[in-house]
Design a protein. Sequence first.
Length: 289
Amino acid sequence: MELHENKRRGVAVAEFIFLIILWASTILLFCLIFRSRSIKEFWRKSSTLAIVFAFIFLNAVHQIIHFTSWTLYVSQASPSQIFGNAEPVFGITSISIQSFYDCFTIVLFVQRIAIIMDPAKNRRTYNRILYGAATIACCSIFLWFIVAYSKVIDFSVNMVPAECYTLTCTNPFRVERSALNARTALSITNVVVGIVFLVVFLSRKTIMRTNVAKVNQLTRVLFFERLFLEVIPLTVDSIFIAQTGVSIGLYIGPFGAIGCTTEAFCFVLVYYIVFKPPRKAGPGHSSTQ
């Protein structure tokens, strides 16, 4: 029994260290991106894409702190009572940031569909409506989490049971599943809207400017990454928890964190590759238009 527990603890620590490294690598990619272009230029390419990246960066910083605290706890390097009090707050914050990211990736899909259908149309008012609706939805979800979890969080006790190495097995998230259900619903919505985007993208042969075409290609990459790295594992985990009470979180990371983190890293990496500025021609070379 003790050998099995040590194995589970070792797997959890290895996963958390991997996640920390991957999020740190994502931040490094952001540094490389903004070393070669200004934030204004980045915003001009696609304001929605810029917002999505802002939430990825914010999530990266938060998750490095979050997973570091998990690593210290699982390796028994931090007091369990202090971690048990902090973890539910970390978890709610993490899922809230991810929910903002989810809402604006849905906006990105919807905008790309509209641009493919009619590239010439001015959509300033349309975009403002989408941004407003997404912001209201995100804030409503965040307030919903605060109200729901304020009823089940008790800072006078340790809310992380023994042998618990994932967010889903902490006491507040076992009692109140609002955050987990919201994440699953947003993930499924992303897939549905993403499928519509993919169908429109493949069926229309509209000629577009290079930057617009690149953003469309990047959005297609985002859809497949979210589907296979995040949505499918999260949905399967939610079904397992609902039907059997057993989570596969130990094998896909805390609440699918391995897939979510890999998806964010790959998305930023693909952006860096696609929009990487061309090298300047040397003195003995001439450039062609």
